[in-house]
Ligand binder design. Structure first.
Ligand SMILES: Cc1ncc(COP(=O)(O)O)c(C=O)c1O
Length: 361
């Protein structure tokens, strides 16, 4: 089993690779959590044992992201897709308008959900070129209730490299680049991210909300949908996804021990640079997105020759590479370079590309 694992290079887009130590510690906790003789899967969420897990996970997010006292950290269910509607439900009244940026599949879904609750002003879109770039120069009207955007477009492979300059409260879907680069996270009114890429196991969402923006809508909110109830109950309004939160804690500990977000960013930049430089140098492969908007997390490219695409995918598979096929909606290839992916995997992939190019040109 270990031999097989060491041969696999996991470029999956999510759920995706996590640090090996996290797998080991999570496995151990299933057998015997903290020498209690109990599995993490059988402890009550109201116990001191789990309270300590939740408290430490929240404290680590606050520390790593340098959040101020107004920003609350929540671990919620339902995936990022639930946040597509929970955000407008909590922040947008029926007659109010929120500004949205349409720059990918997930942003489009967020827009669709927001329209159920209020007015949506799509301030810019890159749909005209299949979302292969990030729109620039758009205006966010000052009277918008908030401005929503996706920091990293997982499927299309684009990323916003700076925070939009606006006085409007910012809301960001950071599912696929959270904890991968330094930012002033306190500038955001609300941040959400499914855990299954850079934070931990699938089944839990990280939500960071500035409590000052809550309580301004007139509609009645279901108990489970109101962020204020989750804040008041420390993310334990009902049974939390205990194991998924524990895996987040392990990943957050790993992240801190390995230098925090700044260190991740440095390695992430080096990994992406190597892959993009290789793609740019080899005519057989064509990166799909505008150079200045390239994602450091999800690198997307195509090959002009479809026969060769199949041959390259087969070569990847034979060499232990997993998850290199592009999303079914865009085709081609995608390699996801999340925090836990070692540089070594990118070296193996780029060496393979060079060999393949030599053989086929
Ligand atoms: C940027 C982004 N937003 C939202 C989602 C949807 O997440 P979930 O499946 O957790 O609802 C994904 C999933 O990959 C994503 O990449």
């Amino acid at each position: 089993m270990n031999v097989l694992k060491s041969m696999v290079h996991n470029f999956n887009s999510g759920p995706s690779i996590l640090p090996k130590t996290v797998f080991e510690q999570a496995s151990q906790a299933i057998l015997d959590f903290n020498h209690t003789g109990l599995s993490i899967l059988e402890i009550g969420h109201r116990t001191k044992l789990f309270q300590e897990v939740m408290d430490e996970a929240i404290a680590l997010v606050k520390e790593l992201m340098q959040l101020d006292a107004d920003h609350e950290v929540l671990f919620l269910h339902g995936g990022a897709s639930t946040q597509f509607f929970q955000v407008p439900m909590n922040l947008l009244d029926e007659k109010e308008t929120a500004a949205y940026l349409d720059c990918g599949t997930w942003g489009t879904k967020a827009i669709r959900e927001a329209r159920i609750f209020g007015n949506v002003n799509v301030v810019a879109s890159s749909a005209d070129k299949d979302y292969t770039y990030i729109p620039k120069g758009y205006k966010i009207p000052n009277n918008s209730k908030y401005f929503h955007y996706t920091t990293n477009n997982t499927i299309e492979g684009t990323q916003m490299h700076s925070i939009p300059d606006s006085s409007v409260p910012l809301v960001a879907d950071m599912s696929s680049d959270i904890l991968s680069r330094s930012m002033d996270f306190n500038r955001f009114a609300l941040i959400y991210a499914g855990a299954q890429k850079n934070i931990g196991a699938a089944g839990v969402n990280l939500v960071i909300v500035n409590k000052q923006v809550l309580g301004t809508v007139s509609r009645k909110l279901p108990t489970m949908m109101d962020y204020r109830n989750h804040i008041a109950n420390g993310s334990m309004l009902n049974t939390p996804p205990v194991f998924a939160v524990y895996v987040c804690l392990l990943t957050l500990r790993w992240l801190k021990a390995n230098g925090g977000i700044a260190a991740m960013e440095e390695t992430n930049q080096a990994k992406a640079r190597l892959l993009y430089d290789t793609l740019d140098a080899l005519p057989l492969f064509t990166p799909k997105v505008a150079r200045e908007d390239r994602s450091l997390m999800n690198v997307v490219w195509i090959m002009e020759d479809e026969q060769l695409e199949k041959a390259f995918l087969d070569t990847c598979r034979e060499n232990g590479m997993v998850g290199v096929k592009g999303h079914r909606s865009v085709g081609g290839f995608r390699a996801s370079l999340y925090n836990a992916l070692p540089m070594e995997s990118v070296i193996v992939l780029t060496d393979l590309m060079k060999d393949f190019s030599q053989q086929h040109s």
